[in-house]
Design a protein around this ligand. Structure first.
Ligand code: ACO
Length: 327
């Protein structure tokens, strides 16, 4: 059977680090509160000159290098982001320019923290359609530009990062992406959204003054849905592949909160030593968390050919999804 397989992974973060101690001087918070409630110790934050497309291109260069694929051999670039360089053009076209991948076409997918799972699902379909093609799926975010640095409820959570994978077809029946599972429920949009800057509430001096271009979240409500829906979709992926928790070699959940990850793993009965966690170093980087974690696990030698890997993400929309693959 023809499946798509990950040939290379890459990631990149801005140089600047903002620690919990730095945040203590910005808002009424403490390292103790942030660490115990979220698991986060520090996050990387963009400086002048950093852009989402440049960070995405850097992560992709690393993935292409590992895959042994040249930029001119890339056919499709799918970028997931909620923090694009501009509303127009799309980030995929800019990543194409930075890489010199002029034989490819690029476009963006927009599903908040679940975005990478959406991007990888779309990339998988392109490869299934044309197995010899080389398709890149990216999750890239500079959330620091849409974070309200005066709101302690949200500003301690987010960070900036990009992660990428390169896919192509394989005839090796034992490896590749086994199944993809996507969901959304637009009725719940208000619990996690950015009110301003779109066409409903366009840019204005008042909008900027109220910082309504920033992320607004009812954290405890989001928390409950995240635990339930990430568990449900992971079970859906396990059932579809007739696999149980013991078969999962590595579970890579969206890194939004260590407590969410632990609860989901507990409900799935996947022990914590098989759950990839790096939230302490990056915070919640939205659609970049899963590909960054995948790249770290890959480069650290935690993935062997044939390993079962379960990706699981949840975010604004609400949007959520899981992907089961055999490494
Ligand atoms: N420092 C100190 N105190 C704080 C801070 C802070 N940074 N933030 C909130 N508090 C206070 C609150 O004001 C509240 O005080 P009160 O009891 O006097 O009113 C108290 O801490 C508890 O607040 P809660 O919101 O109930 O805290 P909770 O334990 O729920 O943790 C958190 C908040 C971390 C946001 C959690 O709810 C969470 O992780 N939610 C899910 C986030 C998520 O999964 N997002 C996923 C997608 S993100 C995306 O798509 C971009």
């Amino acid at each position: 059977m023809n499946r798509s397989m990950i040939l290379g992974t890459g990631s990149a973060v801005p140089k600047k680090i903002l620690t919990n101690q730095d945040l203590e001087s910005m808002v009424d918070t403490s390292d103790e509160w942030i660490s115990s409630r979220t698991g986060i110790k520090q996050r990387h934050i963009a400086e002048d000159g950093d852009t989402t497309s440049l960070l995405a291109a850097e992560a992709t260069r690393r993935a292409l290098e590992m895959a042994g694929v040249k930029p001119e051999e890339v056919d499709v670039i799918v970028v997931s982001t909620t923090s694009p360089d501009m509303i127009m053009p799309n980030t995929g076209a800019l990543v194409q320019k930075h890489l010199g991948a002029y034989n490819a076409f690029g476009f963006d997918v927009y599903a908040a923290c679940a975005g990478f799972v959406y991007a990888l699902t779309i990339a998988d379909k392109f490869v299934k359609d044309k197995p010899e093609s080389k398709v890149v799926a990216i999750g890239a975010e500079l959330l620091s530009y849409i974070t309200d640095w005066q709101d302690r409820n949200t500003c301690v959570l987010f960070g900036d990062a990009a992660g990428a994978v390169v896919l192509s077809g394989t005839n090796d029946g034992t490896r590749g992406i086994l199944s993809t599972h996507l969901h959304s429920d637009g009725r719940l949009w208000k619990l996690l959204h950015i009110p301003g800057g779109g066409m409903v509430y366009p840019a204005s001096a008042e909008m900027v003054e109220k910082r309504d271009y920033c992320i607004r979240m009812q954290g405890n409500e989001v928390y409950k849905y995240a635990v339930r829906l990430m568990t449900d979709v992971a079970r859906e992926a396990l059932t579809a592949n007739e696999l149980g928790p013991d078969d999962v070699d590595l579970f890579i959940p969206h890194q939004a909160n260590i407590r969410i990850m632990k609860k989901v793993a507990e409900r799935l009965e996947i022990p914590l030593d098989r759950v990839y966690v790096n939230i302490e170093r990056y915070g919640n980087t939205s659609s970049a968390t899963v590909p960054v974690a995948l790249d770290e696990a890959n480069r650290a030698g935690r993935l062997k050919p044939g390993d079962v890997v379960l990706l699981d993400a949840f975010g604004g929309g609400f949007s959520w999804g899981a992907i089961m693959l055999r490494w």
